[in-house]
Design a binder for this molecule. Structure first.
Ligand SMILES: Nc1ncnc2c1ncn2[C@@H]1O[C@H](COP(=O)(O)OP(=O)(O)OP(=O)(O)O)[C@@H](O)[C@H]1O
Length: 273
């Protein structure tokens, strides 16, 4: 049975080269983002993208990840997908993980949709025979039909999305990670994708979905995390997490400039409430 357990995960990425900050005399700015790490001389050396991330997902869980731009949603998905090794804590993954992180990664533009399916299948460890058996399902779900014989370079972003989603889900992942782009699909495809995710979950799988589209998360995720400045501001029932996040967003929108909070202040306040 698949499971995904994050225990106090942290990720610090090094900064090898940073431009001038524009600060006179190298003095740090007064309100700088506390995620930046500096050397003794004040030079930027790293960025703590994620801090103290813990959750536990078991068979049938559908986790939503919500948060402002730059809060760490895509990076967390990358850690869960094994693209980044956490620099702190531990990630315990039991199950075959497939992630669709963006619409260009993993697709060869010069090859046809059909060749791309074969290549993605081989990378996923399937035989050509097994992949061939999946083609009708992929062609039907993606609605690409004869476009599968055209190079991917002529596909629209929606077509690329349908190709990737149909292919990865046809390979029956136990743990499926999906980034923001799914929310950009048309309503019809989003509904189909929702049903497909449900099938994966019913097949004893786990789905993790990062999105700014609250409706998509509310319809598809039983639990959610709200990320703020790379930390978990809230983790729990999706409806409650989204309601709290929207409330926070409304407060920020209506706040006077002098009352605007730093992301980490926002977490402190949400914990205090
Ligand atoms: N390779 C990197 N090196 C340094 N900082 C990085 C790197 N990748 C991401 N970051 C920083 O980590 C933070 C989180 O980025 P991430 O893309 O995960 O956010 P996000 O929540 O997905 O944002 P969005 O909603 O805009 O897609 C950002 O401040 C970003 O600048």
């Amino acid at each position: 049975m698949p499971s995904l357990i994050a225990e106090k995960l942290g990720l610090t990425l090094p900064i090898f080269k940073s431009g001038r900050s524009g600060m006179k005399g190298g003095k740090p700015p007064v309100h700088r983002d506390p995620r930046f790490l500096t050397s003794g001389s004040g030079k930027l050396t790293g960025f703590k993208v994620l801090t103290n991330i813990s959750f536990e997902l078991r068979t049938g869980d559908r986790l939503g990840i919500v948060g402002r731009n730059g809060s760490g949603k895509s990076t967390l998905l990358s850690v869960l997908g094994g693209i980044y090794e956490p620099t702190e804590g531990e990630l315990k993954v039991d199950g075959k993980v497939r992630g669709i992180f963006n619409l260009s990664l993993g697709l060869n533009n010069d090859a046809t949709g059909y060749r791309n399916i074969q290549m993605l299948g081989l990378v996923a460890g399937l035989t050509l025979d097994e992949i061939e058996h999946k083609i009708p399902e992929i062609a039907e779900f993606s609605e690409l039909d004869e476009f599968l014989m055209m190079p991917v370079s002529v596909y629209s972003s929606g077509m690329r999305m349908r190709l990737l989603f149909a292919t990865f889900t046809a390979f029956r992942p136990e743990i499926l990670l999906l980034d923001e782009w799914l929310g950009t699909g048309d309503v019809n495809f989003r509904q189909k994708a929702g049903r497909k995710m449900q099938e994966i979950v019913e097949d004893a799988g786990i789905v993790v979905l990062a999105s700014h589209n609250h409706k998509l998360l509310q319809e598809n995720c039983n639990v959610s995390v709200w990320l703020e400045g790379g930390q978990i501001a809230m983790y729990g029932d999706t409806q409650e997490v989204i309601a709290a996040y929207e409330d926070q967003q409304a407060k920020i929108k209506n706040a006077k400039p002098e009352e605007q909070q730093s992301p980490l202040k926002a977490i402190e306040q949400s914990h205090a409430e």
